[in-house]
Design a protein around this ligand. Structure first.
Ligand code: NAG
Ligand code: NAG
Ligand code: NAG
Ligand code: NAG
Ligand code: NAG
Length: 341
């Protein structure tokens, strides 16, 4: 099994290398003077250390919203020594995008040294995991929440195989997470699956994948997502309510306080799009989940609005701020996707 894993890793890396060359022309496969983690061995070594930051785009969409771009850019700024991966279903190995057809967000991100845009091939990702048989039997066009469910599955498999931190594409990073193995509480006694991190092959995630398949119910939104994480967390730990702003320890991983990623609760998500007299310091947070899924009314980040979210962009993703935001006249609705619920 180890051999197979290594093999599929090298295949992914090979594709990645080829892809980066075709797509961004900055390939380290050919330019050894690039920083070490840009070379194939370097990338393999870092993936091998289980320290990558992973974002997923499970739709075929190739246009990224400013928020997705901001999430990835902010992670690249916080985790400068780690590879930040954006895995996209719409990319594949046969792809040869002329540089002029790329979206502004894709060209912005692919120019960042530690950001890697990679194809998301679910079939090979699920190989050697409990999800493989589920995936090969399912008729995805009959599934009600396929983009979400396939995203839930992919994040479990990726972090189980390679380790690292998974983040939704509406999470803005503000400082490093000082934990290797953690789940994030959304509220007391309830885990999210929008951010989590584990070293490779942690049995918690294996159990999540088994339970995903055994208890699969495609009609209940979140059943394979936050509810799954919470179910398995209850098997591993006796959960208490949080005391003040301290985290809980659960065997060999941590259950992080809602303040770490959800300092503004989902019911109050519009506060991000308002101007504050005094902005919160977010001193107890590592990253901010913007609840884009709640944003059905399509609020956009507008330059010059002095909203909390505008100021977060300016500070934590200055390139996305500069290149992608609209001025006050031309607001259009932001995109919503399964990776950013
Ligand atoms: C690549 O992606 C395109 C668009 O999603 C698809 O039509 C095509 O079949 C894919 N090619 C391969 C080799 O997977
Ligand atoms: C991209 O550039 C090629 C060659 O210069 C040109 O033929 C093509 O129309 C351009 N595509 C777009 C989308 O601008
Ligand atoms: C998959 O589901 C779609 C939509 O319900 C249906 O039209 C199609 O026949 C199904 N395909 C298979 C192979 O069952
Ligand atoms: C965590 O604990 C589980 C169960 O005791 C064990 O199997 C696993 O190897 C441990 N993992 C780490 C990273 O310590
Ligand atoms: C937040 O942290 C900064 C720097 O550590 C400190 O100066 C500031 O007083 C803190 N703010 C709050 C509200 O705790």
């Amino acid at each position: 099994m180890l051999m197979k894993l290594q093999l599929s890793l090298s295949v992914i890396l090979l594709l990645a290398c080829g892809f980066l060359y075709q797509f961004t022309q900055k390939s380290s496969c050919l330019f050894p003077h690039l920083p070490p983690y840009k070379s194939q061995q370097g990338l393999e070594a870092l993936l091998g250390h289980g320290r990558s930051i992973v974002f997923l785009e499970t739709s075929e969409r190739m246009e990224l919203s400013p928020l997705v771009s901001c999430a990835v850019e902010s992670a690249a700024n916080v985790y400068t020594e780690q590879p930040v991966l954006l895995l996209m279903k719409g990319l594949n190995n046969s792809m040869q995008l002329p540089p002029n057809s790329t979206s502004p967000a894709l060209s912005l991100l692919s120019a960042i040294d530690n950001v890697f845009l990679l194809p998301l091939d679910m079939k090979s990702l699920f190989e050697d995991t409990p999800l493989f048989s589920w995936y090969t039997q399912i008729n995805s066009s009959a599934e009600r929440y396929w983009l979400h469910v396939s995203s839930d599955a992919s994040r479990l498999a990726f972090i189980w195989k390679y380790g690292g931190v998974y983040m939704d594409t509406d999470v803005i990073s503000i400082r490093p997470i000082p934990e290797d193995n953690f789940l994030a509480a959304q509220t007391s006694q309830f885990s999210s699956n929008g951010v989590f991190g584990f070293l490779p092959h942690h049995p918690f995630l294996w159990q999540c994948m088994e339970n995903f398949v055994e208890n699969y119910n495609s009609d209940i939104w979140g059943h394979q997502g936050p509810e799954l994480m919470t179910r398995i967390l209850r098997v591993w730990c006796k959960l208490r309510d949080f005391q003040e702003v301290s985290d809980l320890k659960c065997l060999n991983f941590s259950f992080l306080h809602p303040q770490r990623f959800y300092p503004i609760s989902y019911a109050a998500w519009r506060r991000y799009y308002e101007a504050w007299d005094t902005e919160p310091s977010f001193n107890d947070s590592y990253a901010l989940h913007l609840w884009n899924y709640m944003n059905q009314e399509g609020r956009a980040v507008v330059r010059g609005s002095n909203t909390l979210v505008e100021n977060l962009y300016r500070k934590h993703c200055p390139k996305s701020y500069r290149d992608l935001l609209q001025g006050p006249e031309s607001s259009v609705t932001g995109e919503r996707g399964p990776g950013n619920k």
